[in-house]
Design a protein around this ligand. Structure first.
Ligand code: ZN
Length: 331
């Protein structure tokens, strides 16, 4: 599907630990289990791609896999969410069926024998069922949100699925502490964190959506001409202390120069020889989209009707995010 699959370093360390503790049998089981996890994530990804979602990569961590998507479209959320558990349950059925005909007793822990296919089948079943729990951050949380959001609204639906996730984590934590099960305690903490994250991410998204580029751009435009030299630019930087400047020719934005472009450059070189193509955004773009744009460049230029209206630097954005945090504290 053209999606890179990455193994996080902690995943590989755990693989080594499993090999150390349970030998080659544990190693093989681990590989089968995480191949199943990849197939689960590919299930989500396959459906998501049909909705035009861009999937950056699938990342494998010791706690499971993650398909990193740029967004989850509301109209496709139900199908995208259910595809993963569906793959796991089908794999569960296939492996359990297969174990009726052939299996390998590769692993023995505390005198318990774990046949490979049967264990992989049971684990896939558990993975599928666990992920159908109607709570964030499990897939079931998304399924629940998709089912109830047209009745109670998207934000309320998210709040409900997050709250169920938090209660679920308290119950698991209780059982974990009573039975002194460290894995259960870790999963409980992971769920609590994930459930809270999902809700605050949505709130932030909602706030950011209302903030437009034109509200935060700086209208003080200090520009340079393509024929200016690097020396002129350095003088300007000392005077205004900005790190990025638009290059204007005949009233049109033709390039961008920043502090990074002039390090190790002779002072007689002209701006036009070192300028880079400007990153342009429209006035009405919201903060969510701006954050994606400004990720790769120090400065973005606000252009409407071919006219440069304002400039936004990374520092401006960080300042806005800090102020929004402050506003949140005093609500
Ligand atoms: Zn999933």
């Amino acid at each position: 599907m053209g999606i890179p699959i990455e193994l996080h370093i902690t995943f590989i360390l755990l693989l080594m630990l499993v090999y150390y503790l349970w030998g080659i049998g544990g190693f093989i089981l681990y590989v089968f289990l995480f191949t199943s996890v990849v197939l689960h994530e590919l299930g989500h990804s396959y459906v998501a791609k049909k909705y035009g979602v861009y999937i950056e990569k699938i990342l494998l961590l010791p706690i499971g896999g993650m398909a990193m998507m740029d967004r989850i479209p509301k109209e496709g959320e139900f199908k995208i969410a259910i595809a993963g558990p569906a793959v796991s349950i089908i794999l569960g059925i296939l492996f359990l069926g297969l174990s009726n005909f052939m299996d390998f007793n590769i692993l023995k822990i505390d005198n318990m024998v774990y046949p490979l296919f049967m264990t992989v089948g049971v684990l896939n079943f558990m993975l599928g069922i666990f992920n159908l729990l109607p709570a964030f951050p499990m897939d079931g949380g998304r399924i629940l949100r998709a089912l109830i959001s047209h009745k109670v609204g998207y934000i309320k639906a998210t709040k409900i699925a997050s709250t169920i996730g938090q209660y679920l984590s308290f119950i698991m934590l209780g059982f974990g502490i009573i039975s002194l099960n460290i894995i259960l305690i870790l999963i409980a903490l992971f769920i609590y964190y994930g459930a809270s994250q999902e809700y605050s991410a949505l709130l932030a998204y909602d706030v950011f959506n209302k903030i437009k580029v034109k509200d935060i751009m700086s209208k003080n435009i200090v520009s340079v001409s393509p024929e200016d030299s690097v020396k002129d630019l350095v003088d300007l930087m000392f005077k205004y202390k900005y790190l990025g400047y638009p290059v204007i020719k005949n009233g049109k934005l033709v390039g961008s120069v920043s502090f990074d472009d002039i390090t190790n450059v002779d002072e007689n070189i002209l701006v036009k020889d070192i300028m880079t193509p400007p990153v342009i955004v429209p006035e009405h773009m919201d903060l969510n989209d701006l954050l994606l744009k400004i990720n790769n460049s120090e400065t973005v230029y606000v252009v409407d009707n071919n006219e440069l209206k304002g400039i936004i630097s990374k520092t401006d954005v960080i300042r806005i995010l800090k102020l929004l945090g402050l506003k949140n504290n005093y609500k």
